[in-house]
Design a protein around this ligand. Structure first.
Ligand code: BES
Ligand code: MN
Ligand code: ZN
Length: 497
């Protein structure tokens, strides 16, 4: 069961609950950490000495720090959980991301607890709600014993703001969308393959009351989706192309096309990958998961923007039916591509999907994918690479940073295109040049985007899947990045066009 969130009210010091959560800030100089806003009643219940007491317990208010204090009757709750927020930007209040991360750390520390009250909602209700839902995330569908340690069952978020119920409802919807993406990513590749992924997408769409269309292998062949078919032909699990459409309601402000890479497992194909860490290629459909979840979210919250997700799904396998290095594929729309490396499969399925998505005449096109290992070489595991038309690219990268998901604008140098010249076809799927692999993939995709369309490509190879220990609201496995960035961009478009 996902953690239930409620609006809390009343005095946290006397609340009947298992634990109370408060925020802590680092000391200004030496000395005790500083209590964040919203803990006055709690501090009073400790006779104004709570910060000193926490300092004795070793608390410093650093990000990701959790200090548990047994209250022995000072509060009605038996346990106080103090979470560090880290240093706010100079002299300001903590940012939404600081509250989100602290709430995530608190939620993880509360595993096994039935009920908690959090004062962090008094700083930023939406951030506290999102952080709690994401930090409390677990994936246990494939454990025979269910939850080893059940996530906190219910958290009451105190809050001081206006319009609380609506703020909470929206934050829960956003958090739920991220969790949906995580669930899809974390589902193992023997359970989530093109046909079953398409079925899951259909269920999600129908539950949200939006249009869904699934092209199977025959329909793909009929329409000439040579990229999706080529990549998928080595697997007994045949490819799909899924389209979800949220109308945008009565008067949509704009029309946005979302495209996400849905490789349900990437062995590399005939250009096979090394065995080490190949299991992580279960996450090669993270872009698809994100655009499906975001489109459903747009419908749930009735965003006044028309959103269509176009999602190519295929499994990249080596076999006697697999596509080969040297093959030439005729893509949707007619361009031809020489395959020089079957492990550069994402760009092939995406090229088909981008051409299809652009046929609808969108105002904006955003594609996201676990496209290149080079993304991690350039930007590390937590910062997405954003490429595309200059203005829109920068707008998306700014939203990525504001949401805490993080992203950085990267160029698409003109000279790179010549490296993709092919001996026999319109272009090749990889270049012989060694450097800048993330940009090469972006330049390849640009060939399939109509001139003049505002578009962006978000490479999430690193940020989509977390292999280290949990921190803040980021748990192991699928992260759900970039659902919140996409949502921020769509919300911005709803408001500003
Ligand atoms: N799915 C991979 C990219 C990837 C690598 C995502 C590691 C997440 C973690 C993609 O299909 C791929 O194999 N890309 C190749 C491209 C190369 C053959 C030009 C790569 O990055 O090595
Ligand atoms: Mn690959
Ligand atoms: Zn891949």
């Amino acid at each position: 069961m996902p953690t239930e969130l409620h609006l809390g009210s009343g005095d946290p010091a006397t609340a009947t609950t298992d634990a109370v959560v408060i925020g802590l800030l680092p000391a200004d100089g030496d000395g005790a950490p500083v209590l964040a806003a919203g803990c006055d009643e709690i501090d009073a219940a400790f006779d104004g000495g709570l910060a000193e007491l926490l300092a004795v317990a070793g608390a410093a208010g650093k990000a990701d720090e959790v200090t548990k204090v047994v209250t022995r009757g000072a509060l009605s709750a038996p346990l106080l959980v103090a979470v560090g927020l880290g240093k706010p930007p100079s002299a300001g209040a903590p940012t939404a991301e600081q509250v989100r991360r602290a709430s995530g750390s608190a939620a993880r520390a509360l595993a096994g607890t039935a009920h908690a009250v959090s004062t962090l909602g008094r700083i930023d209700l939406a951030a506290a709600a999102e952080g709690t839902l994401l930090g409390a995330y677990t994936f246990t569908a494939f454990r025979s014993n269910g939850d080893p340690k059940a996530p906190v069952a219910r958290v009451d978020l105190l809050s001081d703001g206006a319009d609380d119920a609506e703020v909470l409802r929206r934050a829960v919807a956003v958090g739920t969308a991220v969790r949906t993406a995580r669930d899809l990513i974390n589902t193992p590749p023997n359970a989530l393959f093109p046909e079953s992924f398409a079925a899951r997408a259909r269920e999600l769409a129908e539950a949200a009351g939006i249009e869904v269309e699934v092209l199977d292998e025959d329909a793909l062949a009929e329409a000439g989706f040579g990229g999706v078919l080529g990549v998928g032909q080595g697997s007994s699990r045949k490819p799909r192309l899924v389209r979800l459409t949220w109308s945008g309601g009565a008067s949509p402000r704009a029309k946005v096309a979302l495209v996400g890479k849905g490789i349900t497992f990437d062995t590399g194909g005939i250009s096979i990958k090394p065995a080490a860490n190949m299991d992580q290629m279960t996450s090669d459909m993270s872009g698809a998961a994100a655009v499906v979840a975001t489109t459903v979210l747009a419908a749930t919250l009735e965003l006044p923007v028309a959103v269509t997700a176009t999602v190519p799904m295929a499994e990249n396998m080596p076999s006697d039916t697999a596509y080969r290095p040297g093959d030439v594929l005729t893509m949707y729309g007619g361009k031809t591509v020489e395959v020089l490396n079957t492990d550069a499969e994402g760009r092939l399925v995406l090229a088909d999907a981008i051409v299809r998505a652009a046929q609808d005449g969108p105002d904006y096109l955003i594609e996201t994918s676990t496209l290149t290992g080079a993304q991690m070489v350039a930007l590390g595991t937590r910062t997405a690479g954003v490429m595309g038309s200059d203005e829109f690219r920068d707008r998306i990268a700014a939203h990525a940073r504001a949401t805490g998901e993080d992203g950085w604008s990267m160029p698409l140098p003109e000279h790179v295109r010549a490296d993709l010249d092919s001996r026999v076809a319109d272009l090749a799927n990889v270049s012989g040049a060694r450097w800048g692999g993330m940009l090469v993939a972006g330049v390849f995709l640009r060939e399939f985007v109509p001139d003049g369309l505002a578009w962006a490509h978000i490479d999430i190879a690193g940020p989509s899947f977390h292999t280290g220990g949990p921190y803040g609201y980021t748990t192991k496995g699928g992260t759900g990045v970039p659902v919140r960035t996409l949502w921020a961009v769509l919300s911005d478009i709803a408001e500003n066009g």
